[in-house]
Ligand binder design. Structure first.
Ligand code: ADP
Ligand code: ADP
Length: 216
C-alpha cells in the first residue's frame, strides 16, 4: 500500500504512521523526522531547513520535494506511508506526477480529523524520546517510568507562537489539498479523537475497505 497520512499538526499522524508501518510492513517517511535528522547532523539541507522549522514555517517546496524524491528512490517506491508530506499544492502535484511516472499510484489518503482545541492541547504536552523516536503525551500517552526524563524532548516548535504559526500555515497551505486529493485519489476521513487504539482501529477498518475495493 502507498498511503498519505493527512491532517493538521498534532492530529496524530506520526503516532498512527508508526503503528501502520509496523502493522502493514510499510516504510514510514516523515518529512519532519527527516528534517530534524538533517538538522542534528548539520548537513547543508538541515542548516537550510532549521530556520523555517524553528519558527513554524514550511520549508520551501523545492527543498522538500528534493528530499522526498531522494527517499522514494532509495526505497524503490514500494509500500510506504507518508507523514507530513505533501503539505502544499505544488508538493502534491509533484508527488502525483512523480508516482504516475513510476507507475506507483497512491492507494489512499487518510485524513485525521481533530478539532483545533484538542490540537493545541496535544502539541503543548507532546514529548519525543530522543533515542527511539517514540512519541508521547504527558497526559494522554505518558512515557513509561523507565524512560529517563533527560531523554524526553520538548520540540522547539511546540511552543505557543510556533504552534500558532504552524496552524496558520496549515489553514493557508495544507487544508486546500483536501479538494485536490478528493479529485485525484481516494480520500478517507477518520475521526482522530478518542484513544490512540480507537483511532488505529478506525484506520484499520478504512484500509480493509480500500483493499476490498482493489486499492492496494
Ligand atoms: P502529528 O504527527 O500529526 O503532529 P503526533 O502523532 O506527534 O501528531 O501527536 C501529537 C501529540 O498528540 C503527541 O503528544 C501524541 O502523543 C498525542 N496524541 C496522538 N494521538 C492521540 C490521541 N488519539 N489522543 C490524545 N493524544 C494523542
Ligand atoms: P507536525 O506534524 O507536528 O507539525 P512535523 O514533524 O511533520 O510536525 O513537521 C515539523 C516541521 O517541519 C514543520 O512545521 C515544517 O517546518 C517542516 N516540514 C515538515 N514537513 C514539511 C513539508 N512537507 N513541507 C514543508 N515543511 C515541512
Amino acid at each position: 500500500m502507498r498511503l498519505v497520512l493527512f491532517g493538521p499538526p498534532g492530529a496524530g499522524k506520526g503516532t498512527q504512521a508508526k503503528r501502520l508501518a509496523e502493522g502493514h510492513s510499510l516504510v514510514h517517511l516523515s518529512t519532519g523526522d527527516l528534517f530534524r535528522a538533517a538538522i542534528k547532523a548539520q548537513t547543508p539541507l538541515g542548516q537550510d531547513a532549521d530556520r523555517y522549522i524553528r519558527d513554524g514555517r514550511l520549508v520551501p517546496d523545492e527543498v522538500t520535494n528534493g528530499l522526498v524524491a531522494e527517499k522514494l528512490d532509495e526505497i524503490g517506491h514500494t509500500d510506504f506511508v507518508l507523514d507530513g508530506y505533501p503539505r502544499t499544492i505544488p508538493q502534491a502535484e509533484w508527488l502525483m506526477n512523480h508516482l504516475a511516472e513510476q507507475d506507483a499510484p497512491l492507494s489512499a489518503v487518510i485524513s485525521l480529523v481533530v478539532p483545533e482545541e484538542d490540537i493545541v492541547r496535544r502539541l503543548s504536552r507532546r514529548r519525543t524520546d530522543k533515542e527511539t523516536g517514540a512519541i508521547y503525551h504527558l497526559d494522554f500517552n505518558p512515557p513509561p517510568e523507565d524512560v529517563p526524563a533527560d531523554r524526553l524532548l520538548h520540540r522547539s516548535d511546540d511552543h505557543p507562537e510556533a504552534i500558532q504559526t504552524r496552524l496558520g500555515e496549515y489553514h493557508r497551505e495544507t487544508q486546500p489539498l483536501e479538494t485536490f486529493f478528493r479529485e485525484r485519489s481516494r480520500f478517507v476521513e477518520i475521526d482522530g479523537t478518542g484513544a490512540l487504539d480507537e483511532v488505529q482501529g478506525r484506520i484499520g477498518e478504512a484500509l480493509a475497505e480500500v483493499r476490498g475495493l482493489g486499492g492496494v
